[in-house]
Design a protein around this ligand. Sequence first.
Ligand SMILES: [Zn+2]
Length: 108
Amino acid sequence: MNSIVFCRYCGEQILNTAPNCQHCKSEQHLPSAYGGVPKKNAQGVFAFIYCLLLGVFGVHRFVYGKTGSGVLMLLTLGGIGIWWLADLITIIAGKFEDADGNTLSPIF
Ligand SMILES: [Zn+2]
């Protein structure tokens, strides 16, 4: 099924089936979806930056397809910071999952 998602890196709208973003050329599908070992740094660092700067608005959740909890996070301002902090720690620990259940690569 084709639907519009946001590029994990530049935020442009792309098809969810596109392997690469046509705007910034970044690979969209996480290696763990194919049983591979996630590359360290890139995805985790992007998620960390999104979460750190805009996390109270749930932006990192929108970026990774978790729209429902993203809206909830937006409305509660990141659970008044508590949920935001929990997500930040989850991302740093490399345990954050996208909407498809793929774990983002760890930062360290
Ligand atoms: Zn892009």
